[in-house]
Design a protein around this ligand. Structure first.
Ligand SMILES: NC(=O)c1ccc[n+]([C@@H]2O[C@H](COP(=O)([O-])OP(=O)(O)OC[C@H]3O[C@@H](n4cnc5c(N)ncnc54)[C@H](OP(=O)(O)O)[C@@H]3O)[C@@H](O)[C@H]2O)c1
Length: 356
């Protein structure tokens, strides 16, 4: 018997990618439930190549019998519903910023700190880090293991899909408006995003940084090492899917470009594409739809004793969100649910599978 999985935020960018990823990876689910706001009740979402799920409303959903909740409805909504789901016995893997820094909630990237998943017994919640943090720590981990990362200076080039479905529409519509000479009206972004870049992701903090920049610092420390100093500048760029990051790393010990490249080549989840020639690096458009974190442009930083620069790219909806959450769920069912499935409650409709 397999598991019962609820996807909360199933009509959104991350939720739809979760449904795709669950099906692609053949997650051992007998039943999958799609949940969203009351606005979406009765809408249909695709699950894999052939299945269609009817969306149910989160507000009135009864979580009894659900084993795992994959959640991405925004922080406020997660804060409100997650306790209800955990009380009913589900483990919630949450993609929002709601629980990430709570001490009793593990913040997990499976290639970096899979052992933290065991701490989910405390609250029944596992947090998925911010998309920009995930791809950076996947690339930092193998280097930290051999030369200890002291300080990271990172500038992000973040795609609009990281800000939700409506933000993708805004880039599309503004681009079209500019071509046909219509006025451009920013709605979700603070300024024009088409043919522009905006050094502002999430809200401003008191010290002048943005919350996205703060998240990269505190999340990296929670996941990888509390002693690592991180300073970030997060920038939204007119790209639909895929975040790029220019990462400067200072180490405690000597680490040559060759040793860094070799360590990254061995690291799980990382692909090194680093030829010092035209096309010898990966761009966000090429990473879209892919599972790997790509590392390119590895080179020494001659301004400090032990420093390297690199360019890190990943699909923010996959490794930055859905894939990371489902990798956590895979470890959860393998190591903590003893591979068994849960019950089949009356509120969960069995999947409609076509004859093969
Ligand atoms: N996009 C990324 O790269 C990324 C990466 C990591 C984490 N995240 C986080 O994941 C969350 C969702 O991101 P997204 O890009 O998927 O946003 P999105 O495309 O705007 O989708 C939001 C989803 O949440 C649902 N929702 C909104 N209000 C709700 C409510 N009151 N009750 C139930 N469902 C509700 C929406 O349902 P309706 O369609 O019914 O409104 C929709 O399914 C955010 O917290 C974001 O920070 C995103």
């Amino acid at each position: 018997m397999g598991f019962t999985v609820a996807v909360v935020g199933a009509t959104g960018n991350v939720g739809r990618e979760m449904l795709t990823t669950l099906a692609e990876r053949d997650f051992p689910a007998d039943n999958v439930v799609a949940l969203a706001s009351s606005r979406s009740i009765g809408k249909e979402v695709s699950f894999g190549e052939d299945d269609i799920l009817k969306v149910q409303g989160l507000d009135t959903f009864d979580f009894r019998g659900i084993d795992i909740v994959l959640s991405s409805p925004g922080a406020k909504v997660s804060a409100a519903f997650a306790p209800r789901a955990t009380k009913a016995g589900a483990v919630v893997i949450d993609n929002t910023s709601c629980f990430r820094m709570e001490p009793e909630v593990p913040l997990v990237v499976p290639e970096v700190n899979p052992e933290a998943i065991a701490q989910c017994t405390r609250r029944g919640i596992i947090a998925n880090p911010n998309c920009s943090t995930i791809q950076m720590v996947v690339a930092l981990k193998p280097l930290h293991d051999i030369a200890r990362v002291k300080r990271v200076v990172v500038a992000t080039y973040q795609s609009v899909s990281g800000a939700g479905r409506a933000s993708m529409d805004e880039l599309f519509n503004q681009t079209r408006s500019i071509y046909v000479n219509d006025p451009v009206k920013p709605e979700h972004f603070t300024k024009q995003i088409a043919f522009n870049v905006i050094p502002h992701c999430d809200i401003f903090m008191d010290d002048g940084s943005t919350k996205e920049e703060w998240k990269m610092a505190v999340e990296t420390r929670k996941i990888l090492d509390p002693d690592i100093a991180v300073t970030a500048t997060c920038v939204r760029v007119p790209v639909f899917i895929g975040h790029g990051e220019a990462v400067n790393v200072e180490f405690e010990r000597q680490l040559s470009e060759e040793d860094a490249r070799a360590a990254l080549r061995r690291a799980p989840g990382v692909t090194v594409v680093d030829h010092r020639a035209d096309e010898g690096y990966v761009t966000p458009a090429e990473a879209a739809g892919e599972d790997q974190v790509y590392v390119s442009r590895i080179r020494r930083d001659p301004t400090v004793p032990y420093g390297l620069n690199m360019w890190v790219v990943a699909d923010n909806l996959r490794k930055g969100a859905a894939l990371n959450a489902i990798q956590i769920a895979e470890i959860l069912v393998r190591d903590h649910f003893g591979g068994r499935g849960g019950g089949k409650p009356s509120n969960v409709r069995p999947l409609r599978r076509p004859a093969r």
